[in-house]
Design a binder for this molecule. Structure first.
Ligand code: PMP
Length: 456
């Protein structure tokens, strides 16, 4: 039976009465209840009636190795037998020690210290606070602002939201946000310079260059989502932009904050974007895939130089005062260590190559649709931006809810996609097979046709 047609389960009625779901217009659930998921297995989620759904977006971009993975389950159980949680000040534990060493080993050589927290937004908050306090403690108290890119997204706590370049998320809170600087960044689909990302020289760095030159004295750092701006609709840009950013930030004495919360851990085909492109950010924020979607955990990596500015006699009060109850949760760290082992063993990242190729090849079917303005791909992340008119790139009006209607079509066909506005995107668990990639793309094409041909 189709979940859209059937009478709601009593638990869905209870859900509607008491649960407030994230990023959801709850009134939509009057007509379409959320999926009541009972279990997961590999790349599939199973609802209470046993119907399966391909988890196309890895449960909000977190899952790498599929659901209910025997090895990750085992790592979790092993740790559970020892201790589930313990505070992380005055106490340490093997899983955290191992994880910090592993992250230092696998990330660019300049990143030597790891600060744990428990979700992506907090990883960003930590980087922002460390950067501010570093400048304060090194004689640059005037460096209090950050530059962020238009379309950028770094989480939804107020500090992280102050770095957000998407109106939808920030506009209700504008009055209370930090006074940071929004900078026009790359927009390869609608490139104002009329260039192509394959051949350009990141001419779009110009506004950032100007901002840095003009505001260097008050700028603490620049934050970016390297290569893929996720929440903006998987907007992609070439690494040349990041190279220019690194050079300019060094020149102007400004920190670089890399938010690899979404793109880290294999999504782009490499472990980290910074490592792959030989970039050395001052801060690297990680979360999501760190536990392969098992448990909440985050890490903010930074340099010895930053760390040293906090190190000294207690009476100087230079320490970093920031704590979360669940910082470095041992269960999460144990699963993260197993995740890292699986990502780095047996040439795992190389096994992604045929899948990356398949994503591009089957994606061509999407690209050929007359409503596809752009099909883009970076490693295991792909997206199709739908438009009303291919020539003018005119978007569908948001009231038409094209993405939402495609989502509903996907559910009928056993595929859980959750478009971002008019962008249908794919960020599947890395263990998806080539056959499943084909199926996912075929279904996406059918869903788009069903919706767009119906009304628009
Ligand atoms: N940064 C980026 C790039 C993200 O994609 C997200 C989550 N979508 C976050 C930060 C925030 O992570 P969390 O939802 O765990 O707070």
């Amino acid at each position: 039976m189709n979940n859209l047609d059937k009478k709601p389960d009593i638990d869905l009625v209870r859900d509607f009465h008491s649960v407030w779901h994230p990023c959801t217009q709850m009134q939509d659930h009057e007509t379409v209840p959320p999926l009541l998921i009972e279990r997961g297995e590999g790349v599939y989620l199973y609802d209470r009636d046993g119907k399966k759904y391909l988890d196309v977006i890895s449960s909000w971009w977190v899952n790498l190795f599929g659901h209910n993975h025997p090895r990750l389950n085992e790592a979790l159980k092993r740790q559970l037998e020892k201790v589930a949680h313990v505070m992380f000040a005055g106490i340490t534990h093997q899983p955290a020690i191992d994880l910090a060493s592993n992250l230092v080993e696998l990330s660019p050589h300049n990143l030597q210290k790891v600060f744990f927290s428990d979700n992506g937004s907090t990883a960003v908050e930590v980087a922002v606070k460390m950067s501010l306090q570093y400048w304060q403690q090194t004689g640059h108290a005037e460096k209090t602002r950050f530059a962020y890119l238009k379309g950028g997204y770094h989480g939804e706590t107020l500090g992280a939201l102050s770095l957000c370049g998407l109106d939808l998320f920030r506009k209700n809170f504008e009055n209370v946000l930090m006074q940071n600087l929004e900078v026009q960044g790359p927009d390869c689909f609608r490139c104002p310079y009329g260039l192509q990302p394959e051949s350009c020289n990141a001419e779009c760095f110009e506004p950032m260059e100007k901002t840095l030159a003009e505001h260097k004295d008050t700028l603490a750092g620049v934050i970016v989502e390297p290569l893929v701006q996720g929440a903006a609709g998987m907007k992609m840009y070439p690494p040349r932009y990041l190279k220019k950013l690194e050079v300019a930030c060094k020149l102007h004495n400004v920190h670089t904050l890399y938010d690899e919360i979404a793109v880290g851990f294999g999504r782009t085909g490499s472990l980290f974007v910074c490592g792959e492109h030989k970039l050395n950010p001052t801060f690297l924020c990680l979360s999501k895939g760190i536990t392969s979607g098992y448990l909440p955990l985050a890490a903010t990596l930074t340099t010895d130089e930053i760390y040293s500015a906090f190190y000294g006699d207690f009476s100087t009060l230079k320490l970093f005062i920031h704590s979360h109850s669940y910082s470095a949760n041992p269960l999460a760290c144990a699963v993260a260590n197993e995740t890292l082992a699986m990502l780095t063993e047996n040439n795992f990242l190389k096994t992604l190559q045929p899948k990356i190729k398949a994503l591009g090849e089957y994606g061509k079917r999407l690209e050929q649709l007359e409503w596809c303005g752009e099909f883009r791909q970076t490693g295991m992340i792909a997206a199709a931006e739908l438009v009303q008119n291919r020539e003018t790139k005119e978007p569908f009006p948001f009231e038409a809810r094209v993405g939402y209607r495609i989502f509903l079509e996907g559910l009928k066909r056993g595929v859980f996609m959750r478009p971002l506005g008019n962008v249908i995107y794919f960020i599947p668990p890395l263990v998806i097979s080539v056959e499943e990639i084909k199926m996912m793309m075929d279904v996406a094409v059918d869903c788009i046709k069903a919706v767009v041909e119906e009304k628009n």
